[in-house]
Ligand binder design. Structure first.
Ligand code: LLP
Length: 425
């Protein structure tokens, strides 16, 4: 459930009509709902109720400081994958003891930053990383709490670009090597083994791969304890999928995901960490855009909108589906001609949808791309020198701009022309 609904024929975010936001901020703009973010976080809390747990929101899904502060205020920890995300989490006020640091390529500088400023756990993905972390922590006179991310060789049955749990993927340490690497970790200075970590992929629409992976993790924890390691935590990663096509998709519910966790790793008595991103933020946001005009093509019509692949890259990058809805509610039984919805960027890949049924729309009409709260703004670029899209957070009947659209002057000021290049005659 989310809080984007039609009222009196106009799409609202909570109690705010979207045309009011378009008027104030311009388009395109991302619009997030506080009530939906809150609800999705609480759904996970409920799913894990009674288990010792920490929900470490995956910052990569939507890293706006306001979103991080909101989730942090509800009790969330954070999962970060770069020094930049670590800084964002800290700037939002998240204490270091609630931040886990994942990623296959942490640099020594990033390790030192998190060690100095406070970290709950590093999820270590390779032996070279383990050695570098040991050296970095020792040089600072500090100890790095670690979990090893294991690769359980489980097929997540999701898009190939976001599956991470197969042995051919770059992620994690093969299960077969895990006991040896734990033994190595336990002997290293500056390292304290605290847990086991796994993450098999994103947008999973089936619980079976989770069950298979978590079962392997539970078996490993028992083996590691038998080897003498004090394993107090398991981090189960993120990945639970969301409905992108509201009409015909019903991915598993967090409650059932929680049952899988209880069944598999529950009996270990470990503190459980999960790293959901998409499920919390995805359907808590939409991308609001305005029709530039309708272009009649050869045998098809193109609805050209002012958002483009640089603002929301998922359709171009993963052939992802986003529901596209007009802000003015179509009358029941209204004619729904098929259109291709495209942006202004000079690539055929700048296509959001082909042959979508939409009511007749023209210049100036507003349209929303649903399910754009996760992996939307964070993946935006300035391709075609289009300014980064602004972000708005709605709360009840008011809204705040939580990231302003940069001015063209600000964009130009970042470049500089070396003096050896002559003036244009
Ligand atoms: N933990 C780790 C270690 C991850 O790599 C990820 C996502 C998550 C947690 C959060 O997964 P989630 O709950 O959001 O599925 N840009 C792609 C998605 C990339 C996901 C990368 N890792 C997309 O737009 O579909």
């Amino acid at each position: 459930m989310d809080h984007f609904t039609y009222r009196d024929g106009i799409l609202h975010a909570e109690d705010v009509p979207l045309p009011a936001i378009a008027e104030a901020v311009g388009t395109p703009a991302y619009v997030y709902s506080t009530a939906t973010l809150t609800r999705h976080f609480r759904v996970f809390e409920d799913a894990l109720a009674g288990l010792d747990h920490l929900i470490c929101y995956s910052v990569k899904a939507n890293s706006n400081l306001a979103v991080l502060r909101l989730l942090g205020s509800l009790g969330a920890g954070m999962d970060v994958v770069s020094g930049g995300e670590y800084r964002r989490a800290r700037a939002a006020g998240i204490p270091g003891e609630r931040i886990v640091f994942s990623g296959v390529g942490k640099t020594r500088d990033e390790m030192a930053l998190a060690l100095r400023d406070g970290i709950r756990q590093f999820n270590v993905e390779s032996e070279p990383e383990l050695l570098a972390l040991s050296e970095t922590a020792s040089a600072l006179g500090l100890t790095a709490p670690i979990a090893l991310r294991v690769n359980p060789d489980v097929d997540a049955r999701t898009h190939v670009k976001i599956a991470t749990g197969k042995s051919e993927n770059k992620f994690g340490i093969p299960l077969a090597r895990a006991r040896a690497v734990y033994a190595e970790a336990a002997a290293l200075p500056g390292i304290a083994v605290v847990g086991v970590d796994v993450h098999i992929g994103s947008q999973l629409t089936d619980l079976a791969p989770f069950e298979a992976a978590f079962t392997r993790v539970a078996d490993l924890v028992r083996d590691l304890r038998a080897d003498g390691h004090a394993i107090a935590r398991v981090d189960l990663g993120g990945g639970l999928g969301i409905p992108y096509r509201r009409a015909n998709e019903a991915p598993p519910l967090p409650f059932d995901y929680g049952e899988v966790i209880r069944r598999t790793v529950g009996p270990l008595g470990c503190e459980i960490e999960i790293e959901p991103g998409r499920l919390i933020a995805g359907n808590a946001g939409l991308l609001l855009t305005r029709v530039i005009w309708l272009k009649h093509g050869e045998g098809r019509d193109f609805l050209i909108v002012d958002a483009a692949m640089n603002d929301l890259v998922r359709p171009a990058m993963y052939d992802a589906w986003h529901d596209i809805v007009p802000v003015a509610e179509p009358a029941p039984g209204a004619e729904m001609p098929l259109v291709d919805v495209v942006g202004p960027v000079c690539e055929t890949g700048d296509t959001f949808a082909r042959g979508r049924p939409l009511p007749p729309l023209g210049e100036g009409d507003l349209v929303a791309f649903r399910s754009a709260g996760a992996y939307g703004a964070v993946m935006a670029s300035e391709y075609n020198s289009r300014p980064l899209v602004p972000e708005v957070l709605v709360n009840g009947d008011h809204f705040d701009v939580v990231r302003a659209r940069p001015s063209f002057d600000e964009m130009l000021k970042r470049d500089s022309i070396p003096s050896w290049i002559p003036e244009i005659p």
